[in-house]
Design a protein around this ligand. Sequence first.
Ligand code: PMT
Length: 399
Amino acid sequence: MFPRGRKILLGVSGGISAYKSCDLLRRLQDHGFIVDVVPTQASLNFVGKSTWEALSGRKVYMDLWSDVEKIPHISMAKENDLIVIAPATADLLAKLAAGRADDLLTNIVLASTAPKVLVPAMHTEMWLNPATTENVDTLRKRGFIVVEPDEGRMTGTDIGVGRYPESTKIIKAIDDALIATSDLVGKKIIITAGGTREPIDPIRFIGNRSSGKQGFALAMAAASRGAQVHLVTANTELPNIEGITVTNVETAEQMLAVLDLEFPHCDALIMSAAVADAKVVNYSDFKIGKESLNTLALIKNPDILKSLSGTKKPGQILIGFAAETISDVKELEANATAKLLSKSLDMIYVNNVAGGAIFGSNVTQGLIIDRDKNIIQVPEISKDTLADILLDQLVSKLG
Ligand code: PMT
């Protein structure tokens, strides 16, 4: 699957309140969701396809017969973390209760195992009609979340129950439905990935073997748990993750410059990047001749974590990584603890990279150590799994 943050499918059926879903779409985007809109044919009488494409910034599919080779109903069913249908008309509720699938939206619903939130909106008489009541009961029994409509002014002069609710009420239902995977909603997390490069001349640089896989795994995991993620990445060749902010840097100083600006506004920083400890004293604008390469004067790079931890505000969490070439676990632990203390970190993950291990690999193993000297031994696991373990720890530290 293409890497991405949290994604929602917004189905729109043919009710006058379809226009209110334009606001819902915007609020969902503000909430950090990527939103795909699937309108029914009837809904286009109220809001056109171009409006949805302009607001969502994404192509809008409406039928089963476009891009057939991509099997749109199955791919969209799998790709989305949740489906919300707003407004859901009486006709659409009846179709879903009957398990019918005669257009793209109903096909996606039938094919999807994601949580589904329905937002009925219709005239009071239609809402209170026993047929609708029975359909809603059936859908609730099958696990659909049905948001109760509001009471108030209807289209025309009628007043009653059946109104499309405020966007905040719908978003609350969505958050509740995603609660198991929403423990970082509202948190801003900066993650660094990759390895910095320190140029020697226009051709050469001092660098390291980091691929960025660990940092990207952290960014993906944090985004899918609802965090607002800013990924600061150095010299990686991984595809961008849809829905998260990415800043590309080359050197340690550039990384520090970005973090100096962003760190004051975040809840947590996770430094998985491998930062070059030194750079050349004098960068040469021209290729240095082989004869002059016997000695290169180096100077230490700024320690980014140390510099940021000096500005840390109460409540902010700093997580570092440590790459060591030590096989003895006690020694590894001692070295990592010393780094944790010297850089004033809340937590550190230390891995033994002897022989180039872990760099570029899909798996990792090591120790997680925190300031209270709690230690978690991490056996060989995927970098994705480590990302979730570290985020579980982060959630408990953020409170
Ligand atoms: O990218 P992958 O291929 O997936 O590989 C993952 C990894 C091996 C790069 C990762 O697991 C890892 O170990 N990252 C940290 C590498 C590192 O720089 O370790 P260190 O022990 O040199 O530094 C300790 C900490 O200080 C790190 O969080 C580092 O980002 C930070 N640092 C280091 C130097 C510096 N000048 N400023 C820093 O802030």
